[in-house]
Write a new protein. Structure first.
Length: 123
């Protein structure tokens, strides 16, 4: 039996601000549904990913900003760095480690993300 990870809840304070930010990063908005006064469900997917994120009202009990080290993988960290920077996302310099090359960013609530090229640039 396969157990496929397909959806991660992201705790945010302002749903519209989060949606705007993740669209700026390049995520695709799959769903934005207000079910009731207490529930709004937004699902967004990074380009090329089989796993999506969900946030909204009544989605998770985690405190906003408590998600740490969510990671997406890319084939070319330099291209990812240039694209994110070009989209106005505040990413640091490329961090080369023995297990990969990375750039990092946080969403408006402080949820932390890593972008990884699995093979380090310097190898």
């Amino acid at each position: 039996m396969d157990f496929k990870l397909e959806l991660i809840g992201v705790p945010v304070t302002d749903v519209d601000r989060a949606k705007t930010f993740y669209e700026q990063v390049g995520f695709h908005a799959d769903h934005d549904v207000t079910v009731s006064e207490d529930i709004r469900f937004v699902q967004m997917t990074p380009p090329g990913s089989a796993c999506s994120i969900a946030f909204g009202k009544g989605i998770t009990q985690m405190p906003p900003g408590s998600l740490d080290n969510m990671q997406v993988c890319v084939d070319d960290i330099e291209q990812a760095h240039a694209e994110l920077t070009g989209r106005g996302i505040d990413v640091g310099e490329i961090d080369d480690q023995p297990w990969g090359s990375f750039v990092y960013f946080t969403d408006p609530d402080g949820n932390r993300w890593a972008v990884q090229q699995k093979a380090p640039r310097n190898r």
